[in-house]
Design a binder for this molecule. Structure first.
Ligand SMILES: Nc1ncnc2c1ncn2[C@@H]1O[C@H](COP(=O)(O)OP(=O)(O)OP(=O)(O)O)[C@@H](O)[C@H]1O
Ligand SMILES: [Mg+2]
Length: 291
């Protein structure tokens, strides 16, 4: 990871969600403003096993990027690099560089807890805390020291997550009493409550029925005006429906030692990836001939 002489902006100059701080004197050039993440030659190792190699792409602001590819190619591994969740995995090591709004995300002066507040994550399996609906949503702001205005935050977050109408009269009920689709929207509300800038979603709909899935997809379209979203999905229709850009990863198989390393095959607009991709491997995958 490269070090800069200046302290990283992520800790020195807090950014308001979705935009630059008011005290910023000269606006960043459009190219910098419009890009949220830039990854270059990212490799992830688990011990000596290289799970993914040389991943380079750019994530534009207020867009939805889908990560697709066969099981085991490293989609979750790549996604976890963007909020330093791999830091929490023993033996995991990330090399290369990832910048977030121009700041090296892996600079040693960057606080990973702050990174995870700004860059929230929603997992495949809804994971509400065994607490009330209210306490789930207010948890993040409360841990951050906020005491006032929690009712408003809870209502706003639940409305954004399209769950308010279903739970407004039962906020003190256990989150575990909700259906799977409701629990997933609750987890999205919980992620939104801390006012993040980016949402990383790892197969958020894989345990949901088509109706709950459609609600989450609608929700993603609505909230992308405020957030930038990266979603891992095995559902090709979903990637085609919701995303603006798509990255296709696959596993490069090393026959000599029977290991596989995830590689990025191509990244492009979703329309192009699904209609006229540049690489034959992408075409085979999106048309269902492989994987
Ligand atoms: N915590 C871990 N420790 C060791 N190896 C891991 C760990 N997590 C993932 N791997 C390995 O890294 C590779 C990529 O796994 P990853 O979970 O990122 O794939 P994926 O594309 O998300 O797969 P799926 O579609 O099945 O979720 C696999 O070979 C996997 O076994
Ligand atoms: Mg995965």
């Amino acid at each position: 990871m490269s070090m800069t002489d200046e302290a990283p902006r992520l800790i020195e100059r807090p950014l308001a969600a979705g935009g630059a701080s008011p005290e910023q004197e000269t606006p960043a050039p459009a190219t910098e403003r419009d890009v949220v993440f830039e990854s270059r030659d990212v490799n992830v190792y688990y011990g000596i096993f290289r799970a993914v190699r040389d991943v380079t792409f750019t994530v534009p602001k207020n867009e939805i990027m889908a990560l697709i590819g066969p099981s085991g190619c490293g989609k979750s591994t790549v996604l976890r690099c963007y909020n330093r969740m791999n830091d929490l995995i023993k033996d995991a090591r990330v090399t290369g560089s990832i910048t977030y709004r121009g700041t090296d995300l892996y600079d040693e002066r960057v606080d990973p807890v702050e990174v995870r507040r700004r860059i929230g994550m929603v997992f495949q399996k809804p994971n509400p805390f065994p607490k009330s609906i209210y306490d789930n949503v207010s948890y993040g702001p409360r841990v951050a020291g906020q005491k006032k205005g929690l009712d408003d935050i809870v209502e706003r977050s639940l409305r954004k997550a399209a769950l308010w109408d279903e739970v407004s009269d039962r906020l003190k009920d256990s989150a575990l009493s909700l259906s799977g689709g409701q629990q997933q929207r609750l987890c999205i509300a919980r992620a939104i409550a801390v006012d993040p800038d980016v949402l990383l979603m790892d197969e958020p709909c894989s345990a949901l029925d088509p109706i709950a899935t459609a609600r989450i997809e609608d929700l993603m379209q609505e909230i992308k005006q405020d957030y930038t979203i990266m979603i891992v999905t095995h559902n090709m229709q979903q990637a085609a429906r919701v995303s603006d850009t798509t990255a296709f990863l696959t596993a490069d198989i090393h026959s000599e030692n029977d290991t596989r390393t995830g590689i990025l095959v191509e990244v492009d607009t979703t329309q192009k990836m699904f209609s006229n991709p540049s690489d034959e491997r992408t075409e085979n995958y999106v048309t269902g001939r492989f994987g």
